[in-house]
Design a protein around this ligand. Structure first.
Ligand code: NAD
Length: 475
């Protein structure tokens, strides 16, 4: 049974009761799964006041208490992964194995935050005169407002919540209205783990209205957003106008550089499978494929054949490897990428058209012979469309890789240590993966440069955005 999602404010689960609602749609079948209640102004005010009141005590909670709650949430995530995963496949569309994998991986994120929150240290600064005592402490920033997207509904939300709560902050999170079940499941786990009322609050609504109201509130001291670059810039501007701290995890357009000394069949197969993960709706998805001229044909053949063999279907079916796009609105966007490429002389060597029938299905698509200014080479596809372009010259391909305003992830395939070192230094990206995909672990920082964002989540950096520095001196 798909449980109808609700609001979670001041420790209470709230639904219906005359609130405006919106349909929750299954992207594989277009069935209405349930009704999502929107927060009223009074609900938002209640969440703000609850978070402010809870901060007064939560800020002084011991890191051991925070750690214990985060550990319990990790354990509950593992216990409830199947049930939460099934609901996430119903409202988001990804294959069940990916949904369940997202939740169990996030149990590790909760464990990591449980460990790291006990290590938020200050320092003693040697004084200039012996009677002075001076030290630096890091304190929780206060009430946080967070906004998370629909592509990894569980992952994006739990990472922000664990970072805020582990640091001693309280948080109001607006999750993705299109795929809400995972965020409500997170609220239930924190509730069951004994989190005091008001420390975590979950609201839903019209995204721009909720974010505008929360960011302008003097109660909110920190804004964290994961989503598209244009929305991130709007929220960052508003946060700046009100002098709020920000963490921005925004879009990318990750270059892939496959050199002629790489293990070509391995690279082509790995990249094909990684490309269709979550139907390509991943901010670190490999999206611009630059392949050395000498191995271009061999790479393309294996890449296309691997993608041709991908089983696309309803995420609840056991043999499905790629589900539908999360929204009907994303299907015409994929078609626009293809049409623009064709208009510029590109060739579609696989896929290229919506699959028809019910559900937001668009097949794995490979496009070749396209210029650098094609839409698919300059705008993040956020779908299963892959442009493959040959290169000859290392310096030139590095310039191409760095040419866009984005700088999130990047991928390099080479068996030369010298090339790996040279390219990893030169790429303008927050993450460089060489010969494998190793980003987004709890113990490693995840974040972008340039238009791809500000700040990191995960790693020992994870609490940086949720803490402020205070210097104390006394005689
Ligand atoms: P969009 O720009 O309308 O929305 C992106 C996300 O931001 C959604 O979750 C949405 O609910 C939220 N959002 C939109 N306006 C907001 C506002 N004013 N305040 C708070 N939240 C707001 O685009 P979309 O059609 O939902 O997604 C398509 C694009 O979004 C993709 O092309 C991709 O670039 C980007 N995206 C990125 C990520 C990521 O992980 N970085 C995740 C989802 C979407």
């Amino acid at each position: 049974m798909y449980e109808t999602p609700c609001l979670y404010i001041d420790g209470e689960f709230l639904s219906g009761e005359g609130r405006k609602t919106q349909d929750i749609i299954n992207p594989a079948t277009h069935e209405v799964l349930g009704q999502l209640p929107h927060a009223t102004r009074a609900d938002l005010d209640r969440a703000l006041n609850a978070a402010a009141r809870a901060f007064e005590t939560w800020r002084d909670s011991s890191p051991m208490q925070r750690s214990e709650i985060l550990r319990k949430v990790a354990q509950l995530s593992r216990e409830r992964a199947q049930e939460i995963g099934r609901n996430m496949t119903l409202d988001q569309g990804k294959p069940l194995a990916e949904s369940v994998g997202e939740i169990t991986t996030c149990a590790d994120h909760a464990d990591w935050h449980a460990e790291e929150c006990r290590r938020i240290y200050g320092r003693v600064v040697p004084p200039r005169s012996p009677e002075v005592h001076q030290y630096v402490v890091r304190e929780p920033v206060g009430v946080c407002a967070a906004f998370t997207p629909w592509n990894f509904p569980f992952n994006q939300a739990i990472r922000k919540i664990c970072a805020a709560i582990g640091a001693g902050c309280t948080i109001i999170l607006k999750g993705p209205e299109d795929a809400p079940s995972a965020v409500v499941a997170i609220a239930r786990m924190f509730h069951d783990a004994g989190l005091p009322p008001g420390v975590l609050n979950i609201v839903w609504g019209v995204p721009a209205e909720v974010s505008d109201y929360l960011i302008r509130s003097p109660i909110v001291r920190k804004v964290s957003f994961t989503g598209s670059v244009p929305v991130g810039k709007q929220l960052a501007a508003l946060a700046g106008a009100h002098m709020k701290r920000i963490t921005m995890e925004l879009g990318g357009h990750s270059p892939v550089l496959v050199f002629d000394d790489a293990d070509v069949p391995r690279a082509a197969k790995m990249l094909a499978r990684f490309k269709i993960r979550n139907a390509g709706q991943v901010c670190v998805s490999p999206t611009r494929f630059y392949v050395h001229q000498k191995i271009y044909d061999a790479f393309l053949e294996t890449f296309v054949e691997t993608l041709r063999g991908i089983k696309v279907g309803n995420g609840l079916e056991a043999d499905t490897q790629m589900g539908p796009l999360a929204h009907a609105r994303r299907v015409p966007v994929m078609t626009r990428f293809v049409e623009d490429s064709l208009a510029r002389g590109g060739k579609v060597v696989l896929g290229g058209e919506p699959m028809g029938g019910t559900g937001n299905y668009f097949p794995p698509t490979v496009i070749t012979d396209i210029p650098e200014d094609a839409m698919i080479m300059t705008e993040e596809p956020f779908g299963p469309v892959a442009p493959v372009v040959p290169f000859n010259d290392t310096e030139a391909v590095i310039r191409q890789a760095n040419a866009l305003p984005f700088g999130l992830s990047s991928y390099v395939f080479t068996n030369s240590l010298q090339t790996a070192n040279r390219v990893s230094r030169a790429l303008e990206a927050g993450m460089v993966n060489i010969n494998h995909f190793g980003s987004a672990l709890p113990e490693t920082p995840f974040g972008g440069v340039k238009d791809s964002g500000i700040g990191s989540e995960g790693g020992s950096e994870t609490f940086d955005g949720y803490l402020v520095t205070k210097f104390v001196t006394s005689v």
